[in-house]
Design a protein around this ligand. Sequence first.
Ligand code: BGC
Length: 264
Amino acid sequence: MSTSPTTGTAPPAPRLAFGIDIGGSGIKGAPVDLVAGEFAAERVRIPTPQPSTPEAVARTVGELLDAFALPAGMPVGVTFPAVIQHGVARSAANVDESWIGTDVTAVIREATGREALAVNDADAAGYAETVYGAARDARGVVLVVTLGTGIGSCLVVDGTLVPNTELGHLEIDGHDAESRAADSARERDDLDWEQWAERLQRYFRVVEDLFWPDLIVVGGGVSKKHAHFLPLLDLRTPIVPATLRNAAGIVGAAALAARGTVLD
Ligand code: BGC
């Protein structure tokens, strides 16, 4: 961290930052109290435009920011459900193909006049869990896995985020893992909790054999129903539900934006 030339002390960390979660059906944002790790005002949600091209989504991000009277310099973080390498989208598993190669930071700057930090959705949510949520007291290797339309993953090693692990796309038994074990696969195949847990068991066993994490945190909307499936899993790694629920993406994006970097 840089020090101030006049006082020799570190500049105060911002208390507030703004987080935006870009999802397939909604674009949601709120100012975040970075000390408490929670929303500082009520969240606003705008439906994701269809088709969800970069320009259309960036315009909606602008609309969302206009709904709040934000000071000019407030850090803004934006999550996106794809590989985000240094601000550029590199994949498009569940979003419009036109995102591949798009500099997310640049399209948001053009549409809103603001600088924003862009980060993978699971990385943002997972980071929030390690700072404020289920893994806040954990040391060592923490893996946060979000179960939703896809499977997202976030690897944090002693507080350092290793971005874009994309463990939803591991090939397991000849399948893209998320096509079998995501929550959308449970719904699509009309699985009961036991049937879905069998698929999760296979998935998490492969993941724990690859990474030997100290803790696995399970997020995504279905994590609030964890009592139906987490007790059915037989793993060597402790596995717990996320605690920030659907606030995690927004809180994590805001926290990373305040830090100014995904990689530290
Ligand atoms: C995408 C990831 C994303 C995850 C959860 C996957 O299909 O490849 O980038 O984090 O879905 O949204």
